[in-house]
Structures are given as C-alpha cells and as structure tokens.
Design a protein around this ligand. Structure first.
Ligand code: ZN
Length: 279
C-alpha cells in the first residue's frame, strides 16, 4: 500500500517536475528548486486511499497573482474606456477639478459635494441646473462632476438635447436605438435652450427626455436661459420637455462670470506685458 503511494508520488512528480525541482528525502514529495516549498501534498479522502495531489509552491502562487492583476487591470481599463464613451465631445474630457482655478469657490465646493453625495442624490433623482451669463464656466462645472463620477466608475452620459434628438432620429432610420439610456446613472445636458428645434425635433426631444425621465436618474443641466424661461416657457411643447428636465434637476446653481472676466483680463495683461518685455 505504502509502496504504491510512493510509486504514485514519483510518477506524478515526473509529470510536473521542472528544472531544479527535487524530491525531498524526508517526505518523498517533489519540492520547488527556487522557493523550496513542496509541489505535492498527500490527500486522504474520506473512506478512500491516500494519493498525491499537486500543490502550488510560492513562485507559482505569485505568478498566478501577477497574471490575475494583469487581467484585472485590463478589465478595469476596458471598463474605463466604456465609461469614457459617455462623454461625447473631446473638449469636455478636460473639464476636471484639478483644472478648476477656484474663481467661484462656492460653486466649486457645491460640485465636489455633489460628487461626494452622488449616491444619495441619485436615490432622490435630483441633479443640478447651472444658469447664469455666458462665460461663467457652467459647462466646466458640469464636466468636472461628470468626469469625477466617471473616474469613480459611475456611467454618465454628457450630451446635449440636440445630440439626443439627432441620435434618436438617426436610430429610427436604422431601426435601432444608438444609445442605451438604461445603463447611465447621470445625464448631463449641456446648453439647454440654445438648440433650434422644429416640429419633428420637438416630438423627438420630448420622447427622448421622457425616456430619460423614466429612468429616474438625476440630470445636470447648463443653460443661458433664466429660471423663469425654464419654468415658464411660452411654447407648450417646450414646456413639457423642460418640466421633466426641471424635475430631475431641481437645484438651481447661479454661476456668476464677473470674477472670471477679471481674472481673464489679468491673465491677458500678464501675457501682453510678457510679450512686451521679451521683445
Ligand atoms: Zn517555487
């Protein structure tokens, strides 16, 4: 019986033996020539005879761990690539908190807080509406939130009403929806009110906004319109679109541009003076 087992150990050891490996004289088991851990172990199943099973030595465990890390990283990168597709325009990918010049510290803080508390905001389907004059950085702030959430693995669609309408209409001709809205947890609609929508566009816009509304996910909206123009538009078709948008972006955030202009002017002055002094 014991002899059988020793023979079995030898036979199986041959199959897995690598250069440098050796049979340990005390146990008779194959050992790794590098880490000196056994590569075999005796297993005794219940009511069955003992047999030598393969065991991973330290080098093999480490090798497997390394391979797993490479695969995990690959999965993460693939996942990140998928998420990055949510931001359609290249320019918006550069809108990140580390590029914030903190010209409007209240808004910056609010945006960071929104990212931090996103899960709670998501539960109550509540996003933000950035309004204010042109040049204040409304899209920048919306982009910062989108990018920060994407970095945390949250699927965000950063788009415009015009693009949503175009995509849906193109999809209709192709007989397929181009974008699966269900996968997103936040919708960012940039520059609401700037788009020109004809009769057909308005119907499409309503249908796509209604679909987004029905996902119950928050919306973040930027607009040059006033709150009154958003909440009480003259056109009834636009009103039913904005009502849904407003319900998912209930918090108004005013973005002032007066500071921005001042800094911009100072920057321009510095550039000018540098040019003058260099010549
Ligand atoms: Zn080893």
């Amino acid at each position: 019986m014991i002899n059988n087992l020793i023979e079995e150990i030898k036979k199986r050891a041959k199959a897995i033996r690598k250069e440098g490996d050796y049979i340990d004289p005390d146990t008779g088991l194959l050992h790794c020539g590098v880490c000196h851990e056994p590569k075999q172990q005796i297993v005794i199943p219940h009511n069955h005879r003992a047999f030598p099973a393969v065991r991973e030595c330290r080098c093999e465990r480490e090798q497997r761990q390394k391979e797993k890390e490479v695969l995990d990283r690959y999965d993460r990168e693939q996942h990140q690539k998928e998420l990055d597709k949510g931001i359609k325009a290249e320019a918006f990918k550069g809108f990140t908190f580390d590029r914030d010049d903190k010209r409007n510290i209240t808004v910056s803080k609010l945006c960071c807080d929104y990212v931090r508390h996103f899960a709670e905001a998501e539960q109550i389907s509540s996003g933000l509406l950035f309004y204010g004059d042109v040049g204040g950085g409304k899209s920048f702030y919306a982009g910062c939130i989108a990018n920060a959430l994407i970095k945390r693995g949250v699927p965000v669609l950063f788009t415009s009403l015009r693009d949503l309408v175009d995509n849906r209409q193109a999809a209709k001709y192709k007989g397929a929806e181009l974008i699966g809205l269900q996968g997103y947890r936040l919708f960012v609609l940039d520059d609401i009110g700037a788009e020109k929508l004809n009769r057909t566009d308005l119907d499409t816009a309503f249908s796509v906004i209604d679909d987004i509304y029905n996902t119950k996910k928050p919306m973040i909206v930027t607009t040059n319109l006033t709150i009154a123009q958003i909440e009480k538009p003259d056109n009834l078709d636009i009103a039913r679109i904005y009502t849904r948008i407003r319900e998912r972006s209930p918090k108004s955030v005013f973005v002032d541009n007066s500071n921005y202009n001042r800094i911009k002017t100072a920057e321009e002055k510095r550039k000018r003076i540098n040019t003058i002094l260099n010549t």
